[in-house]
Ligand binder design. Sequence first.
Ligand code: ATP
Ligand code: MG
Length: 551
Amino acid sequence: MTDNNTPTNFIRQIIEEDLASGKHSSIRTRFPPEPNGYLHIGHAKSIVLNFGVAEDYKGQCNLRFDDTNPHKEDEEYVEAIKDDVRWLGYNWAGQYFASDYFEQLCGFAVELIRNGKAYVCDLNADQVREYRGTLTEPGRDSPYRERSVEENLDLFQRMRAGEFEDGARTLRVKIDMAAPNMNLRDPAIYRIRRGVVHHQTGDAWSIYPMYDFTHPISDALEGITHSLCTLEFEDHRPLYDWILDNISTPCHPRQIEFARLNLEYTIMSKRKLTQLVAEEHVEGWDDPRMPTIAGLRRRGYTSAAIRDFCNRIGVTKSDGTVEMSVLEASIREDLDRTAPRRMAVLDPLRVVITNYPEDQEETLVGPNHPKDESMDSRELKFSRELWIDRADFREEANKKYKRLVTGGEVRLRNAYTIICNKVIKDVSGEIKELHCSYDPHTLGRNPEGRKLRGVIHWVSALAAVPAQVRLYDRLFTVPVPDGIKDKPFQEFLNPDSLKVVQAMLEPSLADARPGERFQFEREGYFCRDDKAADKLVFNRIVSLRDSWGKG
Ligand code: ATP
Ligand code: MG
């Protein structure tokens, strides 16, 4: 990969020490999504970290679907996740499902039972809670804690055979009901879930292992050296280690926690993103306003920009919320270098060049990039009638207004200068068109002795292609929409997050490929939508400058 700024962080330091000391001769990481939704930009942080360190230290990274919650998971998500990881630029060494290990996991559970370290408990969920105690009070032993090994083996086998109702029994590990860390108070490692169809294992299982049991064992079976996860699992690490210390797995991976990514003006939890989709606040998981990888991709983000963003924000131990402008800066920098320039008028106002012959059309040339000649140029059509943007004209304005005014002169980008002589209005007083004159001697050079106000973009009305342009804005109106007490995040949806306009584009844009990105000069970066491929639709990726909050 060509990303130039190789990051350093505390996890890379640990890996370097482990390689230098010979603790590991090579490293192996994994990215372990649950297939219960699409990946979001927070997952990208974990992907760039896990695949990035594997790449940089010549190790391997697995893709593992953590699929122990059958009722929320779906094959659609499995495929979408694979697509997104590939699109981000990574190849996994091995693809696994936690469900691949169900039989082995069951064997390890039996091993724990045989060693007197796990028992079948008949307490229901409420009772379990009651027995667990609190942060300040120790819990109490379950009355089923001292069952014999034989009875436990028999009951566990019957749980597996589907003899008991959901919730009737659990298999718990025997650790310490007085442990200050609540996660160690005999946590359940198996629960009963009958009659659900699992997307990988069908109806083969009536019991499903819990995350805290499945994860360390899956890591160990795959020979993971460094198991990187987010900070909320820090309190689970003693359990992760306990599991591996008490069963006969081939190795003992090291769990290391890092801070999750939170991003302003959006939400990151799959559960809440699922709600946005289900309640139709957005058009789907790939709606360009979604913080999902699929949404960002359709919006026009490049994978290079997302990787760059993940490296910029870094990996630390402290939680925080990253400003949207950091993500936007990454895509702006990428596209400033790589996106061809085009002209598009988003709010068209007709201009008639009264001294230009009616039946004439001429071909001009516009460079594709002002700073990169290797990107070549494209043809522009110039004619008597043009479109300019309504916002680029005022009847009167002071000197600070660097656009067209009555009696003033501006340059049309890549073309001539024009002066506005007359404003034509309709009965309601709205400006219908402008009558201007052009100076034929100003192609590629400035008029002598006259000062221009500025440069504006335009397209020939004769040659222009109409298109729908979607102007996207923040999805929420507040920086942390799911952090406001007693208010559901839906209350803070931005009603203006999508504005659709009918624009006039320079003719070369008719040939844009779906997914192709451009800078519309003076407007921003845009991408041809790849879903509406039969129509000409452009999505705004990002504006040219960070103008949020500046009115
Ligand atoms: P969500 O609440 O969005 O469902 P999750 O952690 O339950 O998140 P998983 O599919 O279990 O989602 O996550 C897969 C991996 O991605 C995990 O290692 C998880 O820690 C990591 N991850 C998820 N969200 C973020 C985030 N916001 N920032 C960094 N890493 C994340
Ligand atoms: Mg999860």
